[in-house]
Design a binder for this molecule. Structure first.
Ligand code: CTP
Length: 407
């Protein structure tokens, strides 16, 4: 089932220019199946109409504590009883100050005060307002009270100034919301993830690589973060933005990925999920000058050597923890996967056949079979890469229960 199905989000919108971006937030939550109940401050409606919020949320939108539309005048209490999460976005300096003081002088603040579930605040304001000691004091107080913040970003602001105060990207707010609602089944675990391709340089301008996009690795990184793990992400050259919260180690070559992975593992990790499409070979000699065509020959011969195998090395040296490999095959995938599992001796191997419809490097879906070292084989149906990641993280969390940490 989709993560957001049957989830109730209470969205509080306050009056800043970024109020229009709350529309996107409603759209994304609803697209994924959540119910969104919107309460706005009066000033939010100076920027976006009630009708827009209503059309997008499909629900009646409230801003008035004394509205006669309410059956019994207790909407701020009823709504808080059914919400799984309260998201306050954008949050102005004024709303944050009222929250810190526990004021309840309108429907938005009364609803916030009456809610005792998890709260996520995404501030947006002028940078001097954000950096003002009064605002920072209020933010610190709310954090101490257990309220989670998605800090604003730096950039050009609506007032024409440059600085810190822009509402965080909507995807980051959605990710933080999913994280807030996820069970912390990997809390206390540090997980190493490799992702993307590697580039094996031939000369200063050319390299050997593959079509890996890094998508599967980033989905796993996100799922591990949602599950409360500390994540060390060692990734090759990719065009996708890694999720916020992971410790990032960008690398280029297989050797660099190997060195960084060994260092991270030695520093103490309880799991390694190696999704990277590591280059198997590199030139024995990398040319320091660009290789030129030779007018006497239409051939180029180059000697290649095998790169070190991160998965096999980690699986061999581990004294605890769970090591997971991925095998992207192009036919006879189960047979080749079993052979790979035996050769690399990891705890789990996720096999996918690149030739199968819906599976492959740049797709959003994957049909995989999960092999356990015990010989158990689990064919999973065609799923989104996010869902594959979520299921894999659940399996790893189950295995880690009772398995001692490496290092
Ligand atoms: N892997 C690794 N280091 C390498 C090569 C592969 O850690 N130098 C890992 C991958 O990240 C993946 C698994 O091993 O988790 C299987 O990768 P794959 O390329 O399928 O395995 P190979 O041993 O290279 O086998 P093949 O001959 O099929 O390419």
């Amino acid at each position: 089932m989709n993560f957001w199905a049957n989830k109730n989000i209470s969205l509080i919108v306050s009056g800043g220019i970024a109020a229009y971006r709350a529309c996107d937030l409603i759209r994304i939550f609803r697209k994924d199946g959540a119910k969104v109940s919107v309460v706005t401050t009066k000033s939010a409606l100076e920027f976006v109409t009630e009708l827009s919020f209503q059309a997008l949320s499909g629900e009646h939108v409230n801003s008035d504590l004394f509205s006669p539309i309410q059956a019994d005048g207790m909407d701020h209490i009823h709504q808080t009883k059914t919400s799984d999460l309260m998201v306050i976005a954008p949050a102005t300096a004024n709303l944050i100050a009222k929250m810190a003081m526990g004021l309840a002088d309108d429907l938005a603040t009364a609803t916030i005060l009456a809610y005792d579930g998890p709260k996520l605040v995404a501030p947006a304001m002028n940078s001097r307002m954000w950096l003002n000691p009064a605002t920072q004091r209020n933010v610190a107080q709310l954090k101490q009270d257990g309220v989670q913040f998605i800090d604003p970003q730096s950039g050009s602001l609506a007032c024409g100034e440059d600085g810190e105060g822009r509402l965080a990207p909507i995807e980051h707010i959605v990710e933080a919301a999913q994280s807030a609602l996820s069970k912390k089944i990997l809390a206390g675990h540090r997980i190493l993830i490799t992702a993307g391709p590697t580039h094996e340089a031939l000369d200063p301008v050319r390299y050997i690589s593959n079509h890996s996009s890094g998508k599967m690795g980033l989905s796993i990184c996100r799922a591990a973060l949602y599950a409360g793990a500390e994540v060390v992400l060692i990734h090759g050259p990719i065009n996708l933005e890694p999720p916020p919260g992971a410790e990032l180690h960008p690398v280029t070559s297989a050797q660099e990925m190997y060195d960084q992975s060994m260092a991270a593992w030695e520093a103490g990790c309880s799991g390694a999920i190696l999704t990277a499409a590591v280059g198997d070979f590199r030139p024995v000699q990398q040319k320091s000058d660009k290789i030129k065509k030779n007018s006497d020959s239409d051939k180029l011969t180059m000697e290649l050597t095998v790169n070190p195998d991160i998965l096999a090395t980690l699986a061999a040296k581990k004294s605890g923890g769970v090591v997971v490999g991925f095998a992207a095959e192009t036919g006879k995938s189960l047979e080749r996967g079993r052979e790979k599992m035996a050769r690399k001796n990891c705890d789990l191997l996720v096999i996918n056949d690149l030739m199968e419809p819906g599976s492959g490097f740049a797709t959003d879906t994957n049909r995989v079979t999960l092999l356990h070292n015990s010989g158990k084989e689990e064919p999973w149906p065609l799923l989104s890469k996010d869902k594959v990641a979520e299921k894999l993280i659940q399996t790893i969390a189950t295995l880690l229960n009772g398995v001692k940490q490496n290092g």
